[in-house]
Design a protein around this ligand. Structure first.
Ligand SMILES: C[S@@+](CC[C@H](N)C(=O)[O-])C[C@H]1O[C@@H](n2cnc3c(N)ncnc32)[C@H](O)[C@@H]1O
Length: 240
């Protein structure tokens, strides 16, 4: 998926305020599970949120893409980063918080896979633990036709990434056209990405099916909203 772009991922997303987002995440997790000290970031990519969150928590990450994980391991040699698929993974341990950010959930494409992914994430929560999922666009929110562009202008790295969006039923797809220049030369290539468009109700249903109490924050970290689920506490033991 990111095989051609893992090494330039951080430059392309340098505009994103990971530090501010991590501080907001830390606050919202602590408000729901005071003292939360462990966190798993699912679809962690190159680990930039983890680098920030590690100030407060013992962190781990999981991602499908070995190329992005390789960049993440260079950034965070002491943070365990697992290669795995969010639609079905078992790390054999639980965390106070699990996050899945920057619309990564859209990559699972189908409602069945959304439920499987939220279920797998929920099974990694401690009692009272917090699951935070930052969604991709809903079918009503996606606007076509659309053209997007990102430009990078570093001394030895120039990038223009230009794309349109196609929508076919519940799938949005992008052909990202990259023009990447370094002192060694200029390359052009196209990277294809597909993300599912899930409704508000489908997100809520996936959280409830996973046994979580769910709330929706419309603004979230960067205007895409957040689904926040809390796992049940064990029921109080009745002294007899
Ligand atoms: C837009 S990037 C976000 C990366 C990172 N969370 C960030 O905020 O920079 C989407 C990420 O989802 C990951 N991904 C896509 N499908 C996945 C799956 N089925 N299981 C785990 N990770 C997946 C990609 O490899 C990529 O790292």
């Amino acid at each position: 998926m990111f095989s051609r772009t893992a090494r330039i991922y951080d430059a392309v997303y340098a505009w994103k305020d990971y530090e501010r987002e991590a501080a907001l995440l830390h606050e919202l997790v602590q408000a729901r599970k005071p003292g939360a000290a462990t966190l798993l970031d699912v679809a962690c990519g190159t680990g930039v949120h983890l680098a920030e969150l590690s100030r407060w928590c013992r962190c781990e990450g999981l991602d499908l893409d070995p190329n992005l994980l390789a960049v993440g391991r260079e950034r965070l040699p002491d943070v365990p980063l697992h290669e795995g698929d969010m639609r079905g993974f078992d790390l054999g341990r639980r965390f106070d918080a699990v996050t899945c950010l920057f619309s990564s959930i859209g990559y699972v494409l189908t409602v069945e896979a959304l439920e499987a992914a939220v279920g797998a994430m929920a099974r990694h929560l401690e009692p009272g633990g917090v699951l935070v999922v930052e969604p991709w666009l809903s079918p009503e929110a996606v606007v076509t036709p659309h053209v997007g562009a990102v430009f990078v202008d570093e001394p030895e790295l120039k990038i223009a990434r230009v794309n349109t969006i196609e929508v076919d039923g519940r799938t949005s797809s992008f052909d990202f056209h990259y023009l990447v220049g370094t002192p060694e030369g200029v390359e052009h290539f196209v990277e294809h990405h597909e993300l599912g468009l899930f409704t508000h109700e489908e997100h809520l249903a996936a959280f409830r099916a996973a046994g979580l109490e769910v709330e929706h924050d419309e603004e979230g970290l960067m205007g895409r909203g957040l689904y926040i689920g809390v796992a049940a506490q064990p029921s109080a033991v009745n002294p007899t």
